[in-house]
Design a binder for this molecule. Sequence first.
Ligand SMILES: [Zn+2]
Ligand SMILES: [Zn+2]
Length: 283
Amino acid sequence: MSDDDDPVEAAPEGSTCGEHPDRSALVTCPRCGTYVCLACWHGAVQRCHACLLRDPMPPVPWADEAKDVAARLFGTLADAFSPTRTAVKFTRGEWRRGVTFALVTVLPIAALAGVVPFTHLLRFGPLGEVHPIGTPSALEHALDVAQALGLGLLIGAAKLLVMAAPYLSLTKAYGQPSDAQPTRQVLLYRGWLLVLGGRTGLLLQLIVWLLPLEPGDSLRLGAEVLSILPLMALLWAMTATARMARVGPLAAVVVVLVPFIVLFLAEPLLIHSLRPLLPVLSE
Ligand SMILES: [Zn+2]
Ligand SMILES: [Zn+2]
């Protein structure tokens, strides 16, 4: 067994991948000595795909029953800050366990993201202020907020679907069809980043509510840039995870960029189609 820091040897001229006899090998795995092609080589962890699957890696914290719920939740959220290293964990375990994680993270974040832009009877901000518009009754307020939460959920779910469908089908086409676990897991465990970031995400709504921002102001621009960071973390995690499904390095960039471009084009159409339900007074 060698250290992770050992220099990696190239595969001999003319050798082929141990797993794909039709592809030429590029690297000799320092752990098992197998010659592997680019798709089977995981540079970030310095081992071939077979060694990766053999190694006892920790699972996603959420799937670790030995820990308490808070440690599982916060451990999984914290993993989002090291997208490449933690992508290995998505090769472990079963994607169905990620469904509960997605429910407790994506649902509340998506719903709350609807409150500021979609309530008709409350005006938010600046500095965290909330003012009623007109003199509605408590019931009218409750229905108004409920509708805004519902619209937030609807938009969040639509964004996730628009992005997940091309990602799952492209990684299947370019990778190994049997490796669907990692790509499903990254969507379930990192989907919250999608409803947190971007123009319709919760992060931007919160910043606009809490800070004295005017549209067009430079602070507002800074807030919009900041709101892109969760999307970058998601893009990065999805690219690293596509590699875990044995999509080659270049194709891994393509299979992630396409869903993001689809999302970028679909989001304004989605908001437009909801226009009849939206408040007249927003922005
Ligand atoms: Zn190996
Ligand atoms: Zn190969």
